[in-house]
Design a protein around this ligand. Structure first.
Ligand SMILES: NC(=O)c1ccc[n+]([C@@H]2O[C@H](COP(=O)([O-])OP(=O)(O)OC[C@H]3O[C@@H](n4cnc5c(N)ncnc54)[C@H](O)[C@@H]3O)[C@@H](O)[C@H]2O)c1
Ligand SMILES: O=C(O)C[C@H](O)C(=O)O
Length: 308
């Protein structure tokens, strides 16, 4: 199993590290445009192998796509991150060009690959890869909901005073400060809906804290987060590599599912060897449907800025 990660910055290196630590891939290629940068990150990571106990071989390359040939899975993290006070949507001007060029170079050398898009604004960048390449739709997947759901579980555990392993919940919709739809009505503590434990007001706070999770970290760090994003990507890569058929909320191209079409947005998906094996059309309350529709409008507005 060969995995390429484009962008050896904060998120790309974190992805490579978590993939290696989980020890299911034979090879990870890190590629960056900055001379020597990916080589340096790969060497540093390889020097953790005997300490962390993995055999995955990590190599770094400067913009040489021939070294990525025949990758089973490619992750795109190249592009600029936001700074405090910015939205993810403001990154479109620079990142769209990067994502378009990178995806076409990857496919040239790995025509059968599955692509996971991370660069922001992620739903729009995922849609751009659908529109600008010939890959089938099950092989282009955006990562956002896996991260947002992890943040939702963190906030739920905090509100409940419970261990994180005791809570479950999912975030669907666009990966944006306003567009996320944390499904609070379906969130559970050990099978019991959280409304049994939390007031309406506290649940509203959990939802709001989840939606601005990325902005909160950007304010604290001066740039956006990388540990949880890297872990979220590695979980999706593992599900595909090991054909686990686990459900992750992913940005998938919709063609009528949930009453939506012609956009990529976060919905529950079964991930396996074929990438998105199935979009799971869970039933939503009227309020959840309305929020998802509003979120889709926001994503489509950003998609409208693309030069296709
Ligand atoms: N979808 C998500 O949940 C999620 C989570 C975190 C970050 N992100 C996004 O991921 C992206 C990367 O974030 P980061 O913190 O790692 O940024 P970073 O600046 O640390 O790293 C980005 C790397 O991309 C490289 N790069 C730029 N253009 C390139 C090109 N054409 N080819 C190859 N490499 C290129 C840069 O040299 C840099 O090393 C940002 O757009 C950020 O908003 C998304
Ligand atoms: O917040 C960001 O800009 C980066 C990423 O989308 C995140 O949610 O951490």
């Amino acid at each position: 199993m060969k995995v390429t990660v484009v962008g050896a910055g904060a998120v790309g290196a974190s992805c490579a590290e978590y993939i290696a630590i989980k020890d299911f891939a034979s090879e990870v290629v890190l590629l960056d445009i900055k001379e020597g940068y990916a080589e340096g990150k790969a060497m540093d990571l390889m020097q953790t192998a005997s300490l962390n106990g993995f055999d995955t071989k990590i190599t770094g390359v400067t913009n040489d796509y021939s070294k990525t040939a025949d990758s089973d899975i490619c992750v795109i993290t190249s592009g600029i991150p936001r700074k405090p006070g910015m939205t993810r949507e403001e990154l479109i001007g620079i990142n769209a060009g990067i994502v378009k060029t990178v995806s076409s170079s990857l496919i040239e050398h790995s025509p059968n690959t599955i692509i996971i898009v991370v660069s922001n604004p992620m739903d729009t960048m995922t849609y751009l890869v659908h529109k600008s390449t010939d890959l089938p739709k099950n092989r282009i997947i955006g990562m956002g909901g896996a991260l947002d759901s992890a943040r939702f579980k963190y906030r739920l555990a905090e509100a409940l005073g419970a261990p994180i392993s005791d809570v479950d919940g999912m975030v669907i919709g666009g990966h944006s400060d306003k567009g996320m739809v944390p499904l609070i009505g379906k969130a559970v503590r050990n099978s019991v809906v959280v409304s049994e434990f939390l007031s309406e007001e506290r649940m509203g706070q959990v939802v709001q804290d989840t939606k601005v999770g990325g902005a909160t970290l950007t304010g604290l760090l001066g740039t956006s987060a990388w540990y949880a994003p890297g872990a979220a990507v590695s979980g999706m890569v593992q599900a595909i590599a090991c054909d686990t058929k686990k459900i992750f909320p992913c940005s998938a191209l919709l063609e009528g599912e949930f009453g939506l079409s012609d956009l990529s947005i976060g919905v529950p998906c079964i991930l396996g060897a074929n990438g998105i094996e199935k979009i799971v059309e869970i039933s939503l309350s009227d309020a959840e449907k309305a929020k998802l529709a509003e979120s889709a409008e926001g994503v489509k507005k950003t998609n409208g800025l693309l030069e296709l």
